[in-house]
Design a protein around this ligand. Structure first.
Ligand SMILES: Cc1cc2nc3c(=O)[nH]c(=O)nc-3n(C[C@H](O)[C@H](O)[C@H](O)COP(=O)(O)O)c2cc1C
Length: 337
């Protein structure tokens, strides 16, 4: 009997498929459909510091104060001015009541006090785990990387002291040594790390001479960074590793599991293909496991991680050099010159 259940961040999930934070998971009916389609867990969309401040101060001034920091968030959540934290907590509780699978709360704060206060509140409305989004857009050239990391680690330590539920950190790939940062997160008590968030980047409209914030869903091509760092992480840390970004079908999912992921998150594929894509992914993994005679995911998880590789250079720099030096002909065939 093929078993898709996995251990993840101290919880047992019936499937490694987690629907990541997005605007679909705030709807109780859709959350139930995701559960029925076979999702192992869902992440309710993030509560942002900006929502907290807006409720506290009810002023536009606060919005513009943060514009410079995360312009993509403003475009990503154009309606959040109408949803304060109390409403967010209420909606979270509604979704939590509508399903039996774990519902993870996601928090994206700035000030230490907000992280602590809302971590506590999200736990009190029934969050099964807490996802902290660590994302910093540098604009002060004197703020060095070590200080930024230390501030984030301090927040994690405080949140861990405050709540009893598992705490998972969703990070961007933009750390100078991602593995070292995962090590620090693990030492500070992170129950899981998500590799990686996909940050919405501003663009420029050259006709209108203005910034624009295009809203792009990912494709499978976007998964490589996550695949590489999942494979580099497997076996090195006791924290759970969740792959995220660019995972669209069962093939992508199996790659992440072979690289060593404990679970993985999907969002864009649910927007593109509907909630039924969760079922298709589970069925695809099961069929592949049957063909390869695996009964549990643990039997093959990490089989192609870096530490398990016969080729010690897999996922490392040497492979890149090799591709550039030996595969030039492949590119030449497809080029007009
Ligand atoms: C409409 C939409 C809303 C999102 N909202 C959030 C959010 O509230 N918090 C968050 O951390 N990520 C949010 N994300 C990012 C996703 O959780 C995910 O990290 C990203 O889409 C990459 O995964 P994918 O390639 O499967 O889409 C959102 C993405 C989309 C498309």
């Amino acid at each position: 009997m093929t078993d898709l259940s996995v251990k993840w961040a101290g919880l047992t999930l019936k499937s490694p498929v987690i629907v990541g934070a997005c605007n679909l998971t705030i709807n109780p009916q859709k959350a139930k459909e995701m559960e029925d389609a076979g999702a192992g867990a869902i992440v309710f969309k993030s509560l942002f510091e900006e929502q907290v401040q807006l409720e506290n101060l009810q002023t536009e001034r606060v919005m513009t104060q943060y514009d410079e920091r995360d312009p993509e968030m403003i475009s990503l959540h154009p309606k959040f001015t109408h949803a304060g934290p109390e409403e967010h907590l209420m909606k979270f509780a509604n979704v939590k009541r509508s399903v039996n699978i774990p519902v993870i709360a996601s928090l994206n704060a700035i000030h230490k006090d907000s992280w602590i206060e809302y971590a506590k509140k999200l736990e009190s409305v029934g969050a099964s785990a807490l996802e902290l989004n660590f994302y910093y857009t540098p604009r002060n050239i004197d703020h060095n990387g070590n200080d930024i990391e230390n501030e984030q680690i301090a927040i994690l330590r405080e949140v861990k002291k405050t709540v009893k539920i598992p705490v998972i950190i969703k990070i961007s790939p933009y750390y100078s040594n991602v593995l070292n940062f995962i090590k620090k997160l693990t030492e500070a008590g992170a129950d899981g790390v998500i590799l990686f968030n996909r940050l919405f980047q501003p663009d420029i409209d050259i006709e209108e001479h203005r910034n624009i914030y295009p809203y792009n869903l990912s494709t499978s091509d976007d998964q490589r960074l996550s695949l590489r760092f999942t494979a580099l992480s497997h076996g090195r840390f006791k924290t759970s590793i969740t792959s995220a970004t660019g995972i669209h079908d069962w093939r992508d999912s199996i790659k992440m599991l072979l690289a060593g992921a404990n679970a993985f998150q999907i969002v864009s594929t649910v927007y593109k293909n509907g909630i039924n894509q969760i079922t298709k992914i589970n069925e695809g993994i099961k069929a592949w496991m049957d063909v390869n005679e695996y009964e549990t995911i643990e039997q093959f998880r990490g089989k192609l991680s870096q530490q398990q590789q016969k080729d010690p250079y897999a996922y490392l720099r040497a492979q890149y050099i090799d591709i550039l030096l030996t595969s030039g002909d492949v590119f030449k065939q497809n080029m007009p010159i």
